[in-house]
Design a protein around this ligand. Sequence first.
Ligand SMILES: [Zn+2]
Length: 205
Amino acid sequence: MTNRYHPPAGKGRFLFDLHVHGSGSADSRLSDREAMTRAREIGLRGLAFTDHDRLTVARSPYDDLVLVPGAELSTEWGDLLALGIRELPPPGLSVPGLIDDIHRQGGVAVVPHPFSEELRRICMNEHVFDIIGLVDGLEVTSPKRSVDNSKARKVAGGHGKAVTGGSDAHTAEAMGWGFTACAEGTVEGLLEAIRKGRTEAFMRI
Ligand SMILES: [Zn+2]
């Protein structure tokens, strides 16, 4: 099966796609319902809808699929994933202020596709180092060709930050390209694992 993962989900390992664009993203061809169906087909425990500047808090209709509330925030320095938040941060905050607000809400802040010289509007590049002490993790599985995932992994490791995986999917086929593996299968357990740097991140083989 080409859609199965290595390493597979199993006892003590739950897989999450932490970067999915669903019905709340104008540029996505993927509906929330399709994304959830697809997530179960490919053996994920859960996913985060990370729509652009919009918080999606959906209830999973499936007992075996958890949804992580999330948003992909556009900032002056590039995109920032907010996972586990309850509301969108107020407008006008600096990037450090945004991260504070995410933490105040009990969420975690993750820099998606951190390094790409070509995609400077959405990728933070050198600004990652301005906030590396504040963020919880870096995404290391971007499917975007110009993104340097290995640099992201190196920087995360060098600063003791979590690595996360997500697909940045805008179509059903793209889902599960990258994923996060975690020993916990709940939203709270996943967020705590990210805070503690205890997640792993993989790309589909
Ligand atoms: Zn995205």
